[in-house]
Design a protein around this ligand. Structure first.
Ligand code: HEC
Length: 349
């Protein structure tokens, strides 16, 4: 009897463990085809512009997502590739003024967010980039980011138990993993990081209770002639995609847009950042100089520090304590918690 029972237990164990193995294999070997179609934008947003030479597919999204969190893309595998500096909980950017790449070498500027970057026609604080594929490709080889070389990267991916299959599923039967395809897959994932379900968006779609009274007052101030915030932080992205000097600091070590145009009129000007999810993306500005939204508002309120190229829109605002609070509360209404916590954008299990 005891023998029979233990045999059954053993049988059960085998059935159980083999189903476990099968389900594990399913979830790690193949893209999750039931997953939502992230090529569709939130209500009220224009279509996500996928380039014709790198269109969306679910397989590419899933491959890109894995690579985004992949240690083997880093020379010494000491961190998880893109996600090391682009943290979902922090709006796909870093929570320190200067991110640390390979060998803990610091980036000179505060990391910019990847959220909604699909819609940006210029990328980086000085606008020197235009396509996501560019930095996705270059980061693999730059000695202060991932520090790999093409052959090593190819070898690691080809010898990996699941990547060769995932690359074939994403790019075609006769394909082998390569750096360029890594960049294309990561870019597809990144283009799908679209955030448009904040309390403010819900308010725009007709839910008048989505904003608190303070947030409604803050919204009026934000869009007012008096503050002029929305002149630069305009449209559904809350950026005009132009370059301005806002008198952020007393001393600019960084010439910003000037490095691209070599025009003195562009000295110390930076791309207007989007304000979506700004609540979770401290520290702020190109140099990460402000630790809190209170500090940012304080600087706008004093009209910024003097600078020869300071924008004429930046003037002392004489905001009361309550007005400052309202403005900050409105900025918090731009936080899209569903996006920041969406498990489909997190590290795959
Ligand atoms: C003249 C254009 C302009 C106006 C007007 C303007 N901003 Fe900005 N804003 C910018 C630019 C450019 C930056 C980045 C500056 C830098 O890094 O030095 C910025 C940065 C910010 C940041 C930090 C975002 C981040 O992720 O680092 C916040 C918050 C912000 N602005 C809110 C506001 C508010 C609130 C107002 C109105 C009181 C306002 N801005 C008015 C152009 C503008």
């Amino acid at each position: 009897m005891a023998f029979k029972v233990s045999l059954n237990v053993i049988k059960l164990f085998f059935i159980f463990s083999s189903t476990l193995i099968i389900s594990c294999q399913e979830s790690t070997e193949w893209p999750n085809m039931n997953q939502k179609d992230y090529s569709k934008p939130p209500v009220g947003f224009p279509p996500i512009p996928f380039p014709s030479d790198n269109p969306y597919s679910r397989e590419k999204f899933e491959l890109g997502r894995r690579l985004f969190y992949e240690k083997i893309l880093v020379k010494d595998s000491s961190f998880k590739s893109c996600s090391h500096c682009m943290k979902q909980a922090h709006n796909f950017q870093d929570n320190v003024p200067n991110s640390l790449g390979l060998n803990k070498i610091a980036e000179p500027r505060n990391t910019m967010s990847l959220t909604n970057v699909a819609y940006f026609d210029k990328i980086f604080w000085d606008g020197r980039g235009s396509r996501i594929e560019q930095p996705a490709y270059r980061s693999l080889f730059l000695p202060y980011i991932f520090g790999l070389d093409t052959n090593e990267l190819q070898k690691r991916l080809e010898n990996h138990p699941i990547y060769p299959n995932l690359f074939r599923a994403a790019f075609g039967e006769n394909v082998k993993p390569s750096a360029w395809l890594v960049a294309k897959a990561i870019s597809t994932f990144v283009r799908c990081l679209v955030s448009g379900n904040s309390a403010y968006d819900k308010f725009l779609r007709g839910d008048s209770n989505a904003l608190t009274e303070s947030q409604k007052r803050g919204m009026k101030l934000f869009f007012s002639e008096r503050t002029k915030c929305s002149v630069c932080h305009s449209g559904f992205l809350f950026t005009d995609l132009q370059f301005h000097n806002t008198g952020t600091t007393n001393h600019y070590f960084d010439f910003g847009r000037f490095y691209v145009t070599k025009d003195y009129k562009d000295r110390n000007k930076f791309l207007t950042p989007s304000l979506r999810n700004v609540e979770v993306s401290a520290p702020y500005m190109h140099d990460g100089t402000y630790k809190t939204l209170e500090e940012v508002i304080e600087n706008y309120n004093r009209g910024g520090f003097p600078n020869i190229n300071k924008d004429t829109l930046i003037k002392p605002l004489n905001l009361t304590k309550e007005e400052k609070e309202d403005l900050i509360n409105f900025l918090k209404a731009l936080t899209d918690w569903e996006f920041l916590k969406n498990p489909d954008f997190a590290e795959p299990k």
